[in-house]
Structure formats: C-alpha cells, structure tokens
Design a protein around this ligand. Structure first.
Ligand SMILES: Nc1nc2c(ncn2[C@@H]2O[C@H](COP(=O)(O)OP(=O)(O)OP(=O)(O)O)[C@@H](O)[C@H]2O)c(=O)[nH]1
Ligand SMILES: [Mg+2]
Length: 140
C-alpha cells in the first residue's frame, strides 16, 4: 500500500479513520503530535488550523505518497483554499468523513474538495465502514 498523510481540522475524523484503516478498535484519542505509522501519517487538527504549522504539513507530505485532505460531512466551512493541491508534489485526494451523519452534507463537502483541486474524492464512514474498502483499494 502507498503511504497516506491525513490533514484536516480538529475533530474531522482523521484518527478514527486511521484506526479503521488499520483494522483497530475505534477509540477516541486526541492527537497531540504527528503520529507516523507504517502506511499512515495522522496529524493533529491544529496543524491545519494554524497558519505557521501549515508549512510544516506541506513539508511533512514528502514523507508520504498520497496526501488526504479530510473534511467531515458536518462541517460549516472548509479550511482548505481553492487550488491548494498544487502546493505539494504528491497526489492529493479528498476524503469526506462521517458519511453516516444524517445532519451532514456530503455533496457540498465533495464540491469543496474538488475546488481544492482533488481529482478523486472518497466518501467514508469509519462508524459504518462505508467507502473504506474503496479507499484501501485505491491506496493498494
Ligand atoms: N458519526 C461518526 N462520527 C465519527 C466518525 N469518525 C469520527 N467520528 C467522531 O468524531 C470525533 C473526532 O474524531 P477524531 O478521529 O478524533 O478526529 P481527528 O480529526 O483525529 O481530531 P484531532 O486529533 O483533534 O485532529 C470522535 O468523537 C469520533 O467518534 C464517523 O465516521 N462517523
Ligand atoms: Mg486525531
């Protein structure tokens, strides 16, 4: 599998998705620093939310093969500006998380990710497993 780095706001579901992709039990744990696993790099939401740390994320993307921009279906706004995918020389995909949430809007979030420049956007739920196989197949 290719290594993916997950970036997105606090609470967007990066760690839960990491646990699901690794076939581990889902257990809430606030990410305090960059966690570097064999095939996944899980970053704290603060890196996406803080301007100065955004540069660190861009540099850290070189440790991965694929960059995953993560936004929850329940978000009111996107932290990622248009055409941001050109900031890194890695493949960048979009990941809409919490697809199971009835109050979410997957279509809107998918459009935000496409505006970022993501050619491919996955809709996943770590709770129900929706879209997880498709994401694993893509990375394999
Ligand atoms: N309904 C639903 N809730 C989810 C899903 N994924 C994550 N959550 C919930 O969202 C909350 C935040 O999830 P995390 O995975 O910790 O979020 P994070 O992006 O790692 O957050 P930081 O570590 O703060 O950057 C937790 O309460 C999860 O249970 C999902 O697919 N569906
Ligand atoms: Mg986390």
């Amino acid at each position: 599998m290719r290594k993916i780095i997950l970036m997105g706001r606090t609470g967007s579901g990066k760690t839960t998705l990491t646990q699901k992709l690794q076939n581990n039990p889902l257990k809430y744990k606030k990410t305090q620093y960059i966690n570097h696993y064999d095939l996944i790099i899980d970053t704290p939401g603060e890196y996406t939310e803080t301007k100065g740390l955004g540069a660190a994320l861009a540099l850290y993307s070189y440790e991965a093969d694929v960059v995953g921009l993560v936004i929850s279906s329940t978000e009111d706004y996107t932290p990622f500006p248009p055409n941001i995918t050109c900031m890194v020389n890695r493949e960048v995909i979009g990941i809409v998380t919490k697809a199971d949430r009835e109050d979410g809007n997957c279509r809107k979030v998918k459009e935000w990710l496409e505006l970022c420049g993501c050619k491919k956007v996955f809709k996943v739920s770590s709770k129900t497993g929706e879209g997880i196989k498709e994401l694993i197949d893509y990375l394999s």
